[in-house]
Write a protein that binds this ligand. Structure first.
Ligand code: G6P
Length: 369
């Protein structure tokens, strides 16, 4: 097992550090930035069906559901297709309205999650086209769907999902870009620019991973907090949810993710000097508004950990700690901002002596209801 961990103390840490290469594996052979082409068999073979979708319904559970939420912003923004993101468990029991020209995208790392599988069967019965985004090759979900694209992240052993999440976002970005190009909702130059930026993401993730010691210091400061709040807006709202989920899963600290602007409708009541608030405040996407949220937290003595773009000044002045991530286009920021949140939860859980790779009560894949 030590050998399998490749010198890391836990699979989770190994998998966090694998993200640059995992993402390269996801786009290798599919994305040709110089030619301005994306090739994906499952999408190419069904391009009419996918591009003409009146609506995309994403079904997933857990971390995969969070990747689905990120994809809602990507598909709507780039390909102008309306998206609904559903917990598979709610969808399957709700008698949902599904039209024949709906496309259902099922996202699952394991490809074995029972609720996601049941949602797929229901969508197929109602005539929808079902596209799978799975990591495990040959898994039940990859076989049950009409078409699909693998994430190619390699085996993920840690129960808390890390590289599966970022590679799911990568695949979903490629699909959205392809549909956007086909539909003409994105210009050729924008398309190429997105591909070039995506190609730079692995190196930028490596730069974020270099902040590990700094994140460890922050983890030491807040490891005994009983609660933690995560805030983000737009593309980074789902990242806030995912950051909170990671902390809950492995450290058993109660954490909530919220859209930053919703803070005033409830969570602000919780803020006092005991409350660490992780705020994703990259320079793209409502930066000024997030800064004013940070001011509100500060004036109530909350502790602020800002995830900011390199060179940031405003948040740095207000926050107790900041972690910088390199600049990129807005739709790709989740691939960078997620990384310090994974590291933060990892270090807190290790410092608290928890079983990081196999947290209590959780399973890597939930094949029963
Ligand atoms: C379990 C795992 C999570 C995962 C979720 C969905 O709860 O512990 O890490 O996100 O199932 O799994 P899937 O394999 O369908 O992505």
């Amino acid at each position: 097992e030590q050998i399998e961990k490749g010198g890391y103390d836990h699979f989770m840490m190994k998998e966090i550090y694998e993200q640059p290469s995992a993402i390269m594996d996801t786009y290798r052979g599919r994305m040709l930035p110089n030619e301005g082409i994306i090739r994906m068999a499952g999408v190419d073979d069904n391009i009419e069906r996918l591009a003409n979708a009146k609506r995309i319904i994403v079904v997933a559970c857990g971390t995969s559901w969070h990747a689905g939420l990120v994809s809602e912003y990507i598909f709507e923004d780039l390909a102008r297709i309306p998206v609904e993101v559903e917990y598979a468990s709610e969808f399957r029991y709700r008698n949902p309205v599904i039209y024949e020209n709906d496309v259902v995208i099922a996202i699952s790392q394991s490809g074995e999650t029972a609720d996601t599988m049941a949602a797929i069967k229901l969508a197929k019965e109602k005539g929808a086209f079902v596209f799978g985004v799975c990591n495990v090759v040959g898994s039940s979900i990859s076989r049950e769907t009409h078409a699909g694209a693998y994430t190619h992240a390699g085996p993920e052993i840690g129960v808390a999902s890390t590289k599966a999440f970022t590679t799911q976002i990568t695949v979903l970005t490629l699909i959205a870009l392809k549909l956007a190009k086909y539909k003409g909702t994105i210009s050729d130059s924008e398309f190429r620019f997105h591909l070039q930026e995506l190609e730079r993401i692995p190196a930028k993730i490596s730069q974020v991973l270099e902040k590990n010691e700094q994140v460890k210091e922050i983890a030491f400061t807040y490891k005994d907090a009983p609660n933690c709040l995560y805030l983000g807006r737009g593309y980074n709202f789902p990242v806030a949810l995912e950051g909170a989920l990671k902390l809950k899963e492995i450290s058993y600290i109660h954490a909530e993710g919220y859209p930053a602007a919703e803070m005033k409708h409830g969570p602000i009541a919780l803020i006092d000097e005991q409350m660490p608030v992780v705020v994703i405040a990259t320079n793209k996407g409502h930066y000024d508004k997030v800064v004013s949220n940070i001011q509100e937290i500060k004036s109530r003595s909350g502790k602020i950990i800002g995830i900011v773009t390199e060179g940031d000044e405003a948040v740095k002045e207000l926050a107790d700690y900041v972690i910088e991530v390199p600049e990129t286009i807005e739709s790709l920021t989740p691939l960078l901002t997620t990384i310090p949140l994974q590291l933060l939860s990892y270090h807190i859980a290790v410092m608290l002596g928890k079983n990081v790779d196999q947290p209590r009560n959780l399973a890597k894949s939930v094949t029963v209801e």
